[in-house]
Design a protein around this ligand. Sequence first.
Ligand code: NAI
Ligand code: NA
Length: 396
Amino acid sequence: MIIEPRTRGFICLTAHPIGCEQNVQNQIDYIKSKGAINGPKKVLVIGASTGFGLASRITAAFGSDAATIGVFLEKPPKPNRPASPGWYNSAAFENQAHQAGLYAKSINGDAFSKEIKQQTIDLIKKDLGQVDLVIYSLASPVRVHPETGVKHKSVLKPIGDPYTNKTVDFHTGDISQVSIDPATEEDIENTITVMGGEDWKFWMDALQKEDLLAPEAKTIAYSYIGPKLTEPVYRKGTIGRAKDHLEATAFDITKSLKDIDGKAYVSVNKALVTQASSAIPVIPLYISLLYKVMKENNVHEGCIEQMQRLFADRLYNNSEIETDDEGRIRVDDWEMREDIQAKIKELWDNATTETLVSIGDLEGYSNDFFNLFGFKVAGVDYNQDVNEVVEIPGLQ
Ligand code: NAI
Ligand code: NA
C-alpha cells in the first residue's frame, strides 16, 4: 500500500515501515561512527521500541556488541493497516542486529503486568543467564496495577494553582494561551502510580529474586527537569511528582542490590520531540525555541546523540560516574546551559504566531514529529508501494 501520514492532534495514526527502517539505520550508522564503547554485554530494555529506549538499545548493541532483549507495547500491522512505529523500528533493529551476528529478541505486551515480567524472566533464563544492564524507559498514559487490577491514568497538570501560558499548535504554528486547571490529590497519586518508580522496583525485585542480575549490574531510568518556564506544567506539576518518585526509587533499588554490588541511576535527559512529549501543553513551544537556540550553538542532539553520550561519557567511561548533588546523571547539561536558557527566555517573551516562523524552529519540530512515524525521512520514496505487514524476527 501507499502509506501517508494521518494525524489527529498530537498523534499520527499511520506509520511508514521504510521510513522507520531508515531512521533506525541512521541511528545505527551514528553509533558506529562514534566508535566502540566498553559497555554492557547483556541488556534488558523496557520501553525499547521508540525514543530514548530504542536509542539505548541501538547504542548497547552497535556500540558494545551487546545482546539485547526489548520489551514494548506496539500495535502489529494488519493488511491495509500499518503497525505502530515502534513495531517497524523493532523489526528494523532486529534485522540489523541479526545481520551483525548479535542476539536480539523482543516481547510485545504490557510491561506493567506480571505475565510480561514472567515471560521476560523465562527468556533471560533460557538465553542469557543474567543481564548486566537494565534500561527502564517506559512512557505511558495508563497503568493497570498488577496487585489491584485498578487502571490508573496519569495527567499532565499543574499543582496548586491554574497555569496559563503560551502554547503552539505545531501543525499550524498558531500560538495561543492555554489554561490548565490544577490537579486533584487523586490525579497526583495516579500520575505517580503510572510514571513513578514502583514498576521499576517491581522489575528489579523480580529479576533479582530469580538471580538474573550479573554482579555489579546497573539499571537506569530517564527523567527530565527543564527550566523555570515549564516548571508549573512539568517539574512542579503532576509528572514532576512522578519523576521525584522515580528518582527516589533509584536509591531504594541501589540499596536492595547491595549483595551483587549493583547500582540504579537516573539520567536527566534533554527535551526532545517524542510521542510522549508532544502531548504536554506548552512543551512543544519550548522545544521549538530550544531546538533553534541549540542548533545555532551547534549543541543540538537527538535521542541517539544523547544516549551515545550517556553510555560513552557517563556510564561506561572507565572512571567514576559523575552525578549532580542529588545523585542524578545529567545529559541535559547543554540544554540547561545559562546562555542557552537566557536566549530562550528572551525568545519566549517575543513569541507570537507571526514571529515564531523566524525565531523558533517549528519546522524542525514538525519534521521530528513526522520522523517519529517514519514520514518526511530523507531518502525515502513515499510514492512507492510498500508491504505494511512486516514481521519482527525475534518476537517471542
Ligand atoms: P516514547 O513514547 O518514545 O517511548 C515509550 C516506550 O514505552 C515505547 O517503547 C513504548 O512501546 C513503551 N511502552 C509504553 N507503555 C508500555 C507498556 N504498558 N508496556 C510495555 N511498553 C510500554 O517515550 P520517551 O520520550 O522515549 O520516554 C522514555 C522516558 O524518557 C520516559 O521516562 C520519559 O519521561 C523520559 N524523558 C523524556 C524526555 C522527552 O523529552 N521526550 C526528556 C527526558 C526524559
Ligand atoms: Na523509550
